[in-house]
Design a protein around this ligand. Structure first.
Ligand SMILES: CC/C=C(/N=C/c1c(COP(=O)(O)O)cnc(C)c1O)C(=O)O
Length: 386
């Protein structure tokens, strides 16, 4: 479970039986014919896959290159999170679990978890930072309507990191009947690998769609935003072995790298352990986790998945950092040029275009990881849209 020096499972003793059990089961289950059949049919008939690979012609003119948008915003519940929760709910059911817990920041993972719990008739408890409960209120309402119990995390920065802490504490307290449905490529092995495999459907589709639509073998760039890193892991996955495809991750610089209010774990982080995984994270001199900040709840996390720590260190992928303002401007640009309102998280990937030297005939695939409905209050406030 290692990506170079990163990854592993650095967990408290009390979690070892759960993690061992998951490690023993996950590959057997996700490689079984019954799982693959059910996973594929739910992705298609329930989540609405394949998602379009849309040629953004007005945006392409603006950037004088070829911009393709992978539309994860068009899945059921409105983000890539549903790919992961469908896979993990099938795994949880296979493992005989009745009680599902999850963490959420933007609320997209929380909604996607509550959705598959309703589908499977399982109990659902979602931990969410108090700050995020306020700034992603529409998603809290959706979780409750879907029958989930939303529990506020009131420690620390009261955002994603703290919700994750609370979920892990719950899991330690209720080990046998509970399945922890993690929302990104973070946490102890096997979670980063499991979630990357489930999200790899994104590039399984985009690789084929790109070839069909252009006759070219590969795009020049694949760009995705990075919170924990799951939509990026899925977007990169089937291109990892092809170095002619440049991989760009966009993380949240918040108010700026030197502002002290940022979530740019790659740019500012150092090697350390967070939520059971050896990776990069923003930390104080004595190794305490630095409180992160981002306008976008889904990127407001001080760490990053170990896969990305490795891709960064090995040079296989490049990570750019995008400020709140740059993301807001990119969201408005996409909305005005293509009539698509992206999630604030996805807007960071779009803004990365301004930091890339793309050539006129370059093909760039950008993952729109989610839709902007949940962010409308922030857009109204920040973009003075009366
Ligand atoms: C698991 C915690 C992250 C959440 N969301 C993260 C997120 C992200 C960042 O998460 P990753 O793809 O895992 O880096 C990107 N796009 C959208 C629309 C998101 O909602 C959530 O709770 O909804």
């Amino acid at each position: 479970g290692f990506y170079g020096p990163f990854g592993g499972a650095f967990i408290p003793e009390m979690l070892i039986p759960n993690i061992e059990n998951l490690k023993k089961n996950y590959l057997k289950v996700i490689h079984s014919e019954t799982f693959k059949k059910e996973f594929k049919s739910l992705l298609q008939d329930y989540a609405g896959r394949p998602t379009p690979l849309y040629y953004a012609s007005r945006l392409s003119k603006k950037y004088n290159s070829h911009i393709w948008l992978k539309r994860e915003d068009l899945t059921h519940t409105g983000s890539h999170k549903i790919n992961n929760t469908i896979g993990q709910i099938l795994l949880a059911r296979e493992m005989g679990k009745k009680r599902i817990i999850a963490e959420t920041g933007a609320g997209q993972h929380g909604v996607a978890t509550a959705t598959v719990c309703a589908l499977a008739g399982l109990e659902c408890i979602v931990y969410m930072g108090e700050i995020d409960i306020k700034r992603q209120a529409p998603n809290v309402a959706r979780m409750k309507m879907l029958g989930a119990e939303v529990r506020a995390a009131t420690s620390g920065s009261r955002t994603l990191k703290d919700a994750t802490n609370e979920a892990i504490r719950d899991w330690i307290a209720h080990p046998t009947e509970t399945y922890y449905l993690i929302g990104s490529v973070v946490g102890p092995h096997p979670y980063p690998d499991l979630v990357a495999r489930l999200q790899s459907i994104i590039s399984e589709e985009s690789k084929q769609q790109f070839r069909e639509k252009t006759g070219n073998e590969f795009p020049d760039y694949v760009v995705a935003c990075v919170g924990g890193g799951s939509n990026a892991a899925g977007s990169f996955y089937h291109f990892l072995e092809h170095p002619q495809v440049k991989l760009i991750g966009a993380e949240a610089a918040g108010m700026g790298l030197s502002s002290g209010k940022t979530a740019a774990s790659m740019a500012l982080g150092e090697t350390g352990i967070i939520h059971g995984s050896m990776t990069y994270l923003m930390q104080t001199d004595d190794g305490q986790i630095t409180e992160p900040y981002s306008i976008s709840a889904g990127l407001d996390y001080p760490g990053v998945g170990p896969l990305h720590a490795w891709l960064n260190k090995s040079g296989r992928a490049k990570y750019l950092s995008v400020t709140d303002k740059e993301a807001l401007q990119a969201a408005l640009l996409l909305t005005r040029e293509e009539g698509i309102i992206p999630a604030l998280e996805s807007a960071h990937a779009l803004a990365a275009l301004n930091q890339m030297e793309i050539k006129p005939d370059d093909n760039v695939i950008i993952t729109i990881s989610g839709r902007g409905d949940k962010d409308m209050q922030t857009f109204m406030d920040q973009l003075n849209l009366v």
